[in-house]
Design a protein around this ligand. Structure first.
Ligand SMILES: C[S@@+](CC[C@H](N)C(=O)[O-])C[C@H]1O[C@@H](n2cnc3c(N)ncnc32)[C@H](O)[C@@H]1O
Length: 205
């Protein structure tokens, strides 16, 4: 198990040193939310698109590790800060991929993820493409989290169109997390995703 006290000391340091947390300390609520959702699974497999400096990666990867699961992070650039965090906490079963999400999805995902966090490209077409691919790669009882649905037009519109209706077999809500808002969605009827042109990989396993 990862040392919880050390983790929380590190989270507090994020809060004190990160402008986004200092100006809006309520954004810090993202950390326990991510931690709690991942710990919900027996052996969680987690994917995050958009890693940046690792504020999301640390709770996601630490919780996955504690439960014997995996964390995969995709970003245009994997920073030294992120690699240092992996080292500092000796995070195991972490895969960091430096590439656009388009390439990650195109390369093919073989096993579904239990938790997928989308926080990469925020323009409408990119986040729409990320949401559709994430729905395809989500495990049967998986959760999809879309960050910034209250503050950015792209995630807001794409999340509302795809996840904000039960037409495609998706239930969703928006958690007014900090100022950014986190869209939370889960699929109740995989077969209905076909109306979105999505064929879930978990249906073929
Ligand atoms: C808002 S930040 C992510 C914050 C991070 N999730 C956290 O918790 O701290 C957005 C990140 O997405 C990355 N990004 C932007 N467009 C992307 C794309 N098309 N594919 C992958 N990553 C992308 C950027 O490089 C940036 O690091």
């Amino acid at each position: 198990m990862i040392d919880r006290e050390k983790l929380w000391r590190r989270y507090r340091r994020f809060m004190e040193t990160t402008p986004a947390f200092r100006s809006h300390p309520q954004n810090y609520a993202k950390i326990p939310l991510l931690d709690g959702i991942v710990r919900n699974y027996e052996v969680p497999h987690v994917l995050e698109i958009g890693v940046q400096e690792g504020w999301g990666m640390l709770p996601l990867a630490a919780a996955a590790q504690d439960k014997g699961g995996t964390y995969t992070g995709v970003d245009l650039r994997i920073t030294d800060e992120v690699r240092a965090l992996v080292k500092e906490f000796d995070l195991q079963r972490v895969t960091l991929l430096e590439m656009p999400s388009e390439k990650f999805w195109r390369d093919g995902v073989e096993n579904p993820f239990d938790v997928i966090v989308l926080d990469g490209g925020h323009d409408y077409l990119t986040i729409r493409m990320d949401i559709l691919n994430a729905l395809r790669c989500l495990a049967r009882d998986g959760w999809l989290l879309v960050h910034d649905v209250l503050t950015f037009a792209g995630p807001q519109k794409a999340f509302a169109e795809i996840c904000g209706t039960t037409r495609y077999g998706i239930f969703s809500c928006i958690v007014p997390l900090g100022i950014d808002g986190m869209g939370v969605a889960f699929v109740t009827d995989q077969d209905k995703l076909i109306e979105l042109g999505v064929k879930p990989i978990c249906n073929s396993q």
